[in-house]
Ligand binder design. Structure first.
Ligand SMILES: *Cc1c(COP(=O)(O)O)cnc(C)c1O
Length: 394
């Protein structure tokens, strides 16, 4: 049984109370393929670490990545956040458009919507899976242009359900955490008109800094490249207001090396996630699971621990307690509760009773959740589970 926070607060033996030495944190696999150091040095010696519209290594990474996901094309960016922005632009997000945006996501998604001037219409989180609800139709009253959903934690969303409920024209998948998860026998990211994969630290394919968009329609690819290269296409004048978002050759070299070890790394991460969950399950601590109705497999990025309501307001303290005990817990907020979001939406006349209701619901859910990453050894993950269980269950 999970004890209430008051019971743990009295425990003077906790490292956070000075009751014992803080325990060391587990080794974290950032995903940077250190064996590629010499190959990266080769790139440096060429003196051309970045090439207009992508160098040979970036092009090779794009081709291999598109083939892996089963898509026609890919565009390598200098971050996953940049990739979300070009993806939204390519799908026509602009002043006057609406983006149905899953509250379950990483902050880059709502940042990207803001920067396109489109209006977000937030979609609720399912409390069992911690990804977007399969039927969010009661939260959507207006016509939706683009649906932006995130496979948070590596967990899989019901894309058909959400697209039917929102009746959106376009789909942008943020598959950043879900590389090698599958839905209906295909890799996640196979569905979106554009699908984004971040390649930053801890991501399964890590390039240090980087992001990848996959697509089938070459026109979408061209639009993304234009936005990502200062708005320029054939001419030397910018045709649209753009950014400098292209990925570099050193990063692409790390990406190519990471692709070689993808399957091995994915299996290891899943073993670690399972070792953690085995301990949670036997201690009676709930955690987010895949949607039972979907034909899917998950490559876990994070495991979400779901605390009971009694822990609302004490979760952040627990994360600090755990850190001192050698357990690197981490939290995500719901995207609707980002402090700047409500004032911004109010100033545009986009915040109403629906948003108030959703915000209250989302806070009550995300405020009692924290995650443990799968980027550690199964032994460390098991130890983290055991320490957690020892602290919060009796
Ligand atoms: C990491 C991540 C991003 C952002 O990627 P960056 O490369 O850090 O900009 C976007 N979405 C999700 C779900 C992520 O996990």
């Amino acid at each position: 049984m999970i004890i209430p926070p008051e019971a743990l607060r009295e425990d003077r033996s906790l490292a956070i109370h000075g009751g014992r030495e803080p325990r060391p944190l587990p080794y974290e696999d950032t995903g940077v393929e250190t064996s590629a150091a010499d190959a990266v040095a080769e790139v440096v010696r060429t003196g051309r670490t970045s090439v207009w519209r992508g160098g040979p290594r970036a092009r090779e990474l794009e081709a291999r990545f598109a083939a892996l996901i089963g898509r026609e094309g890919a565009f390598f960016h200098n971050s996953g956040s940049a990739a979300l922005i070009t993806g939204l632009h390519a799908l026509g997000a602009d002043e006057g458009s609406t983006v149905a945006l899953a509250c379950s996501g990483f902050v880059s998604a709502v940042n990207a919507v803001y920067h396109t001037h489109a209006r977000p219409v937030f979609l609720p989180t399912d409390p069992i899976t911690m990804v977007c609800e399969r039927d969010p139709s009661s939260w959507v009253a207006e016509p939706i242009d683009i649906c932006l959903v995130t496979q948070l934690l590596g967990n899989v969303v019901d894309i058909d359900g959400i697209m039917a409920a929102t009746r959106a024209t376009w789909l942008l998948e943020d598959a950043s955490q879900a590389l090698m998860s599958t839905l209906n026998g295909r890799y996640v990211g196979a569905r979106g008109h554009v699908s984004t994969f971040a390649a930053s630290s801890r991501k399964l394919m890590c390039t240090g800094q980087g992001g990848m968009n996959v697509y089938d329609d070459p026109e979408l690819g061209e639009r993304m490249r234009r936005v990502g290269h200062h708005g320029k296409a054939a001419t030397h004048f910018g045709e649209v207001p753009g950014f400098n978002f292209r990925g570099g050759e050193m990063e692409a070299t790390l990406g190519l090396a990471a692709l070689e070890r993808l399957a091995e790394r994915a299996a290891l991460r899943n073993r670690s996630a399972q070792a953690f969950k085995d301990v949670l399950a036997s201690a009676g601590i709930p955690f987010a699971v895949p949607p039972a109705h979907l034909d899917c497999t998950v490559t876990w990025f994070d495991t979400a621990v779901l605390l009971p309501d009694t822990w609302l307001g004490s979760r952040d303290w627990l994360v600090k307690v755990l850190l001192a005990e050698g357990v690197p817990g981490w939290t995500y907020p719901s995207l609707i509760e980002m402090p700047w979001v409500q004032p911004w939406m109010r100033s545009r006349g986009w915040w109403g009773e629906r948003e108030d209701a959703l915000l209250a619901r989302e806070r009550a859910l995300w405020g009692r959740m924290f995650v443990l990453g799968s980027q550690m050894s199964p032994e460390d993950a098991r130890r983290c589970g055991e320490i957690l269980a020892e602290l919060i269950t009796r």
